[in-house]
Design a protein around this ligand. Structure first.
Ligand code: KIV
Length: 282
């Protein structure tokens, strides 16, 4: 069984040029499969709102949703570094609110660190949480919780002016004490610059090569159907496999093919004894 990663391991991996592979997980079975596969880290993203709860975005997701899914993932992956994702409304009001909710992830869900979205504008939140002794992963570039302000789920940093903001955010996150940073949907040239500029590990989701890669599990296994971002490589078509299994089951139930003799529990006393029993109830 692989040993759970520590921050030190992640820094060593960056220095050694060893890539970190991580995905999102929201439930016990996915966590179990990912740990068995040897995943370096798991993010219990607030994307759970879209891919497991059926919302059209991440805004409705609550702390209770996140804590409950983190607990399930921890039960499935006891030896994996788990990141709790702070949902919209759990850190926007004040540094105190941010610390209180980050503490909940650590105490109630046994996560190893937390992630929150934003750079310059949430620098004091990151500082307050790290000062409380909680490791933080920053998240910049396309930040889904503020997609309304960004004009939708749009790639960031494609113009010089916009890239300047992304670089400033990256520097602010490092300066505030985050131990690593996730960059979402920015051009690879910008990610490369940020990775060279920062001392902390830089991870990408849809942002090209750096110190490691994240994908949304439901996207990469072909489970989430509403839309697939350009940066997603599909490694399986689970929705197709699952739907076909349900279709076949329906057919077999309707035709009386299921359950056949293989799928029932057989009596252990002689049938004559059972017939006597049934007669008692006639
Ligand atoms: O919630 C999530 O899964 C995320 C990723 C989009 C990075 O924050």
């Amino acid at each position: 069984m692989a040993k759970k990663k520590s921050i030190l391991d992640l820094v060593k991996m960056k220095k050694a040029g060893e890539q970190v592979a991580w995905i999102t997980a929201y439930d016990y079975p996915t966590a179990m499969f990912a740990e068995a596969a040897g995943m370096d880290m798991l993010l219990v993203g607030d994307s759970l709102g879209m891919v497991t709860l059926g919302y059209s975005g991440t805004i409705p997701v609550t702390m209770e949703d996140c804590i409950s899914h983190c607990q399930a993932v921890r039960r499935g992956a006891p030896n994996t570094w788990i990141i709790g994702d702070m949902p919209f409304g759990s850190y926007q009001s004040s540094d105190e609110q941010a610390v209180d909710n980050a503490v909940r992830f650590m105490k109630e869900a046994d996560t190893d660190c937390i992630k929150l979205e934003g750079g310059v504008r949430i620098q004091s939140r990151i500082r307050a949480i790290t000062d409380a002794g909680i490791p933080v992963i920053g998240h910049i570039g396309l930040t889904p919780q503020s997609s309304g302000q960004l004009g939708g789920f749009k790639a960031q940093g494609r113009t010089v002016e916009n890239a300047r903001g992304v670089i400033e955010d990256a520097l602010a996150v490092q300066e505030a004490g985050a131990f690593s940073i996730l960059v979402e949907a920015v051009p690879p040239e910008l990610t490369e610059f940020i990775t060279k500029k920062l001392d902390i590990p830089v991870y990408s989701i849809g942002a090209g090569a750096c110190d490691g890669q994240l994908l949304i599990s439901s996207d990469m296994v072909g489970k989430f159907q509403a839309f697939t971002p350009k940066f997603v490589k599909k490694y399986a078509e689970v929705a197709e496999v699952e739907t076909n299994a349900y279709k076949q089951y329906i057919k077999e139930v309707k035709e009386g093919v299921f359950p056949s003799d293989d799928y029932v529990y057989h009596i252990t006393d002689p049938i004559e004894e059972f017939e006597k029993l049934f007669k008692e109830f006639d």
